[in-house]
Design a protein around this ligand. Structure first.
Ligand code: AMP
Ligand code: ZN
Length: 473
């Protein structure tokens, strides 16, 4: 498809035309979840919008390779170098081992993704699988003079970079990360913005998972995993790196510092950041303890697709405020949409040219910085179009490759309902025939009918209330 793609790039702070390094191919990286708890629907907003980006790129013809890490070590409660490992806190909370909770919440995360039609990335890599590679990267950074050892930890020396704030445009004086009243300043750091690549001494005591390294037994800092895992699977040049806006600083800023110092050249061209889902009390966050999950929404009777549609209705760069009233409105809209789609008859020949025109309209709408609400508008326009049912159905199916609102379910339900009706009519006819055969004392025919039904997966039972039946297959 010859449509152009425009994306807001956090690096340039502008909407830019997207041009990958290699023609027709996109290398994409997503910061995965920290698996110490269930993902909340705020986290999942990010993954839904990244999923749309990936599916849109495939829709317009790119071959996409997408990699995601799973953070199962090293992410401290502050996002910086202070506080304890979130995984450790999770394990303690549940009286389990770190590896147990990592597995449990990784599975739970992908189950939520499945419910929300979020495709699993091509590569999913837990950080604890790649410790040797992290150590190698740190060794190279030390050799190149970008890192130093102090107090038996290894630090990245941010003063060695021309522009540490290339992504975040923060001012050094405004820097607050890691500065909490209850945490002592790390006096090993040469510069306030330096960050840990490998922990040993200061964070050693309680850590459950630790590894041998040239600097002593310890564990990696959080940021190194994404630099290392992405380079391992996508090579030295990456096209798009994604995450929520809270990842811009310090996580992505530090990823750029490490990766470019290690590689000796520019690493990733486009940075795609999703704004937060907020509640009236502010940003939804796992560490606050109270948060909304997909399962909770399901318990309250919401189809996960309603939450996906809620996300698609607003632009990913704007903060989104969650409320049940807003979700109820979307539930109504989703139901109406479903009804409209159900009513599209399966008739006529597909008009290929018209389908293509709608696909282009849709690609242009979404290609304008992932404008999903405009994409939805194209879907509604297609439903109103003056064309036959088969063409409309083809357009809906194509658009739903990206929106993934499980729209084909509308027809599957209709088909299932009509299959049910057919079966019911058939079974009732056979039961009547059997009753007639019995009346005529033709027991052989009556048994034959019972066996025929059994073969079709229907069990009949003679009861005082009459003949009853159930599907047993
Ligand atoms: P974490 O599991 O904390 O590492 O976060 C997983 C992803 O969710 C990251 O890309 C975060 O930037 C993103 N994220 C965290 N909180 C929110 C929120 N309230 N709304 C949207 N995205 C979020
Ligand atoms: Zn990351």
């Amino acid at each position: 498809m010859k449509t152009k793609t425009y994306l807001y790039n956090t690096l340039s702070k502008k909407v830019e035309e997207f041009v990958p390094n290699e023609d027709g191919k996109v290398k994409m990286y997503t910061c995965g979840p920290t698996v110490y708890h269930f993902a909340h629907i705020g986290n999942l907003r990010s993954y839904i919008m990244e999923d749309v980006l990936e599916k849109y790129l495939r829709f317009v013809g790119y071959e996409v390779k997408r990699v995601m890490n799973i953070t199962d070590v090293g992410h401290l409660s502050s996002d910086g170098d202070t506080g304890e490992d979130k995984m450790l806190a999770g394990a303690r909370r549940e009286h389990k081992t770190v590896m147990d909770i990592a597995q449990y919440y990784t599975d739970a995360f992908f189950e939520d993704c499945r419910k929300l039609s979020v495709k699993r990335p091509d590569v999913v890599e837990p950080a604890t699988n790649c410790i040797d590679e992290f150590i190698h990267m740190i060794e190279v950074l030390l050799e190149k003079g970008y890192a130093y050892v102090a107090g038996e930890n290894v630090y990245f020396d941010t003063s060695k970079l021309d522009n540490y704030y290339v992504l975040s445009s923060q001012k050094e004086e405004e820097l607050q990360v890691g500065v909490r009243d209850d945490v002592e300043e790390d006096t090993n750091k040469k510069n306030k913005t330096d960050f840990v690549l490998w922990f040993t001494k200061s964070k050693f005591d309680n850590q459950e998972l630790k590894w041998e390294s040239p600097w002593g037994v310890g564990y990696p800092g959080w940021h190194i995993e994404c630099s290392s895992i992405s380079i391992r699977h996508l090579g030295e040049y990456m096209d798009i790196h994604c995450g929520g806006v809270d990842n811009i600083f310090p996580h992505h800023t530090n990823e750029i510092a490490q990766s470019e110092a290690f590689l000796g050249h520019k690493w990733c061209n486009y940075w795609f950041h999703i704004n937060h889902l907020n509640t009236t009390g502010g940003k939804m966050s796992k560490s606050k303890g109270e948060f909304l999950t997909v399962s909770l929404l399901e318990e309250k009777g919401y189809d996960p697709m309603v939450y996906r549609m809620f996300c698609l209705q607003s632009h990913y760069r704007k903060p989104l405020e969650f409320s049940y009233e807003a979700l109820d409105n979307v539930a109504t809209a989703y139901e109406k949409l479903f009804k409209k789609i159900k009513a599209v008859p399966d008739e006529g020949e597909v008009d290929g040219q018209q389908v293509e025109e709608y696909k282009i309209k849709f690609a242009e709408a979404v290609g304008n910085d992932i404008n999903t609400s405009m994409g939805l508008t194209v879907l509604y326009d297609a439903l109103k179009a003056d064309t036959n049912g088969a063409t409309k159905r083809a357009v809906i199916m194509a658009i739903d490759e990206v929106l993934s609102l499980q729209l084909a379910r509308a027809w599957e339900e209709t088909e299932a309902a009509s299959a049910d009706d057919e079966l019911k009519a058939y079974v009732e006819k056979m039961i009547q025939e059997r009753a007639a055969a019995k009346k005529d004392k033709n027991f052989a025919r009556a048994d034959e009918i019972r066996d025929e039904l059994r073969e079709k997966g229907v069990q009949i039972k003679d009861t005082r209330e009459g003949v009853q039946w159930e599907v047993v297959r």
